[in-house]
Design a protein around this ligand. Structure first.
Ligand SMILES: Cc1cc2nc3c(=O)[nH]c(=O)nc-3n(C[C@H](O)[C@H](O)[C@H](O)COP(=O)(O)OP(=O)(O)OC[C@H]3O[C@@H](n4cnc5c(N)ncnc54)[C@H](O)[C@@H]3O)c2cc1C
Length: 265
């Protein structure tokens, strides 16, 4: 049996739970078939037919993800300009930050936001990143750091083994709110609450950010909130062993709202 078919067979046993488990990076909730779909080593028709024939809500949710893939391919085919421009042309006037140091910190997984850093390190280490984290890290680059989505898109293109121009471009424009969907520009992911919600125990964080291994669960999502005594108690110094946040999320949010508002006006 081919590697792709073995992966798919494994996933068929988990498909019914896909809806409940797909958003949690510490657990095995998705199919991991993206590289095979990208290179054509498994048939999209086989996968879609299988999911359509199932009655579970997990299968229906998974089918809807396969449909996103086709949707973004259709967008790229009918609107090839999205490869370099915003789907919504008005947003080509957005004034992004240059910020080479912030961009470098994001690439290296050293922003001081543990979920963003764990995800960026997973990308460099494994050549793959969980979908929830692709959304979080893309939102962070564009909405917290104010960096042009095209720079993040190019970094993902270099690192992802499943790199697909249509899906990557669609995902980045979705996160940047410049794309073809209903994502409103004022929806900005909070990297701390996303972490609390989707990796509550910090299992994924500890796997990729070992500097924080001994940090108590209560502080793992925002380690800079520990007092000096609490840092000493778990043997970590924030600012020395692990970076302080490179931006303040609340202030960055306001800057992003102003950046987008300027376009609307
Ligand atoms: C910023 C960003 C960049 C992305 N870049 C890529 C990329 O370069 N290549 C890529 O294949 N996917 C990309 N995605 C979509 C998605 O993150 C991956 O397809 C998914 O994480 C792959 O893991 P999986 O195979 O376990 O997915 P599953 O959840 O098991 O989904 C099954 C398949 O459906 C397709 N799919 C799922 N979600 C999406 C989606 N949102 N958009 C398009 N197709 C989807 C993929 O082919 C995937 O293998 C991106 C998403 C974002 C937000």
């Amino acid at each position: 049996m081919s590697g792709a078919q073995a992966l798919f067979r494994d996933f068929t046993e988990r498909m019914a739970d896909y809806g409940a488990k797909r958003d949690f990076p510490a657990i095995k909730g998705t199919s991991y078939l993206s590289a095979h779909l990208r290179f054509g080593t498994i048939s999209i028709r086989q996968l879609a037919a299988y999911a359509r024939a199932r009655s579970s809500s997990g299968a229906a949710t998974w089918l809807s993800e396969l449909i996103w893939r086709d949707f973004y391919h259709a967008i790229l085919w009918h609107h090839p300009r999205v490869a370099t421009q915003c789907f919504k042309p008005a947003f080509d006037a957005l004034r992004w930050e240059d910020a080479p140091e912030l961009f470098a910190a994001w690439c290296a997984g050293r922003t001081g936001y543990p979920l963003v850093d764990a995800a960026m390190r997973q990308l460099s280490y494994a050549g793959w990143m969980h979908n929830r984290l692709r959304m979080v890290t893309a939102s962070f680059l564009t909405k917290d750091l104010g960096v042009d989505w095209r720079r993040g898109e190019a970094w993902f293109a270099e690192k992802l083994l499943d790199f697909d121009l249509a899906a990557n471009n669609g995902g980045w424009q979705w996160a940047a709110s410049t794309g073809c969907d209903a994502q409103p520009w004022f929806r900005i992911f909070n990297p701390v609450t996303q972490s609390e919600k989707f990796d509550a125990e910090g299992r994924f964080l500890r796997r990729y950010v070992p500097e924080l291994d001994k940090v108590p669960q209560k502080f793992i999502h925002a380690p800079w909130t520990m007092s000096a005594t609490q840092q000493a108690a778990c043997g970590v110094s924030i600012g020395r062993d692990y970076p302080l946040p490179v931006v303040d999320h609340a202030a960055a949010r306001e800057r992003t709202l102003a950046r987008f508002k300027a376009i609307r006006e």
